[in-house]
Structure formats: structure tokens, C-alpha cells
Design a protein around this ligand. Structure first.
Ligand SMILES: [Zn+2]
Length: 323
């Protein structure tokens, strides 16, 4: 299945193969898309794989059944696609979905709904979908897609099978795929070849990354002293707005990896810092990790409205302490 993604998205390909073989699909998939440009196509390919009587393995039309054609035409009733209505996905959209899906599938064994930009569910929409996920009706399968997984409620995340897409398109300009943490981080921040090599040879950036890791160890392990000691150090390393933002971004991807570790997924960036990641993953619950990620996001917002750097890092340390 998913033939066209067989090489670019090996994990998802294999996962769906196994699910089909055992006839055991998860009742909810969360596609952590990492800005992968073909994320919608993947969702459609999964839907077609499950809904097409020929187990069609492609996001294009299978030409042999009316289901595939009607999916392409957008009038297959057992597949519903939800996108933000304006800035948000609203509760009404999900209520409408639940109404439509309250009857058993007639044409196929399964009914599937796809939610694009799932992080844009406002809180009442999120609560509404949560109920739907908590008491899964047999035969209903959810596919949620997001580029910002950690903006979703952790209660939603924990009810889904997570599929992390590898955004390999990004490194088409490199001779080989990135191996070290520095290479992976460089690639994440630099989207062109020139910027990539500039980043990877920038000693200041390397120091900043190492410092963030040290900083996190300090505040996680030594909170009382950290606030006195680390504030001074932090403000000397990150002394401009764009540098502070970079520091917070590194913190963010570190926690994202700690969460990956917690879920038994491979690390996206911090492979050179395995022992730290493992230690912090043991020390924190999923809920705590999600809260810390929220705090970092909040600090990024405060940075945008020009909060003083000293104050920002004090607040971060204090809020971490309360988690
Ligand atoms: Zn078909």
C-alpha cells in the first residue's frame, strides 16, 4: 500500500502494511507531519488503502472502483475531510461530523475522517473530538494531521497512534542524509545549501546548542541554585532577540525529542545527547513534558512582545519549577 511513499516514508508504509495484514487498524492516527509537503496526499493514500475494495495503494485514482473516484471527487460519504473554518476548527464542524458518522457505514467496513491542521481546533472543538476519540465507535477511523504536534492537547496525542513523517525533501541538496545532532539541527534551521554550511561551521551556534543542553540539565536537576546561576550565564550567551529565540527553539526541539523517547520513537535531533535525553525522559511524565513545551511556547510569545531577557528566563525557570 501507499506505493508512492514506499521509499520516502518507510515507517508509515510498513505500519499500514502490518495493520492491513492483521486487519487491525488503529482507531486514530496522528500524522506529525514536520512540514512534509505531501502530508495531505499521505492521508488520502491511507484513507484509500482502507476504503478501496481493491486495497488501492496510491493517493491517485485506482480507476477500478467507484470509491476511489468518488473520494477524488469529494463525494464519498464514508470519508469526511475537515479543515479550519477561518482561523480555527470549530465545535460545530465536529458536531456535524459526529452526526454524520452516527450511523453505521453502508458501503464500506470503515468510515474515516481526516482533520487537517488539527492544532487549530479551539478548546471546545478539541473537547468535542476528545469525547469522540475516547469512546471509539467500531469502524470509525480518525486521521489527524499537524505540523505542530505539541500544540495539541496531550490527552488527544495520547489517544492516537503517532506517525512521524520524515521530511527528507529538505535535504535533497546534501550528498548524504544528516547524521549528527549538529547536522540535523542545521538542516532544520537552514533551508538552503549555503545557509546549511554557514550554520554548521558557526562556532557560536554550536556553543549555544551545548549551552542549552547544559542549562536544561541544571534547571531540571538543581532548580534552587539554577535561577541564580543560570540567569547570568543565559543572558551572556543569548544577548540578542534572535539569539534568545534560537535558544528557545533548541529547548523546544530538545523537549520534543525527550517526548519522542518517552513514546519509544527515534530521536529527531538530539542523538548526540542520548544520555541527557534519556535521563530527562525518565525524570518527567508525558504531562510534565507537554507542560514544559507549553511554557517554552509561551516564552516565545512573550519574546515577540519584547519582554526583558532577564525576566523571561527567570519566568521560565520558575514556571518549570511549578510543573
Ligand atoms: Zn479503488
Amino acid at each position: 500500500m501507499l506505493d508512492e511513499f514506499k521509499n520516502s516514508q518507510k515507517i508509515i508504509y510498513q505500519m499500514m502494511q502490518n495493520a492491513a495484514k492483521n486487519q487491525r487498524f488503529s482507531h486514530a492516527y496522528l500524522i506529525d507531519a514536520n512540514h512534509y509537503p505531501l502530508k495531505s496526499e499521505i492521508a488520502i493514500a491511507i484513507a484509500k488503502f482502507i476504503l478501496c475494495p481493491n486495497n488501492y495503494t496510491n493517493s491517485k485514482n485506482c480507476k477500478e472502483c467507484t470509491q476511489c473516484k468518488r473520494i477524488d471527487d469529494g463525494n464519498f460519504t464514508e470519508l469526511k475531510i475537515i479543515k479550519p473554518d477561518g482561523a480555527w476548527i470549530k465545535k460545530e464542524q465536529l458536531e456535524e461530523l459526529q452526526r454524520q458518522f452516527s450511523t453505521k457505514a453502508i458501503e464500506t467496513k470503515y468510515k474515516i475522517y481526516i482533520i487537517h491542521e488539527a492544532e487549530k481546533m479551539n478548546s471546545s472543538a478539541a473537547n468535542s473530538i476528545l469525547k469522540f476519540l475516547e469512546e471509539p465507535e467500531p469502524g470509525i477511523i480518525a486521521i489527524l494531521i499537524t505540523d505542530n504536534m505539541y500544540q495539541l492537547l496531550d490527552t488527544i496525542i495520547s489517544r492516537c497512534q503517532i506517525i512521524s513523517l520524515s521530511n527528507s525533501k529538505n535535504y535533497s541538496f546534501l550528498e548524504m542524509s544528516p547524521q549528527t545532532s549538529l547536522e540535523k539541527i542545521s538542516l532544520f534551521f537552514a533551508k538552503t545549501k549555503e545557509k546549511y554550511y554557514e550554520f554548521i561551521n558557526d562556532n557560536e551556534k554550536i556553543n549555544q546548542i551545548n549551552y542549552v543542553i547544559k542549562f536544561l540539565q541544571e534547571i531540571e536537576n538543581n532548580q534552587e541554585l539554577a535561577i541564580l546561576k543560570e540567569n547570568k550565564l543565559w543572558t551572556s550567551v543569548f544577548n540578542e532577540k534572535n539569539k534568545i529565540e534560537f535558544g528557545l527553539d533548541i529547548m523546544m526541539i530538545t523537549y520534543k525529542d525527550i517526548l519522542n523517547k518517552k513514546f519509544g520513537l527515534p530521536l529527531d535531533f538530539m542523538i548526540d545527547y542520548q544520555s541527557v535525553v534519556e535521563q530527562l525522559s525518565n525524570q518527567n511524565s508525558v504531562l510534565q513534558l507537554c507542560k514544559k513545551i507549553e511554557i517554552i511556547l509561551e516564552m516565545k510569545r512573550r519574546l515577540k512582545v519584547n519582554i526583558n531577557n532577564n525576566l523571561l528566563i527567570d519566568q521560565l525557570i520558575l514556571l518549570f519549577k511549578e510543573v
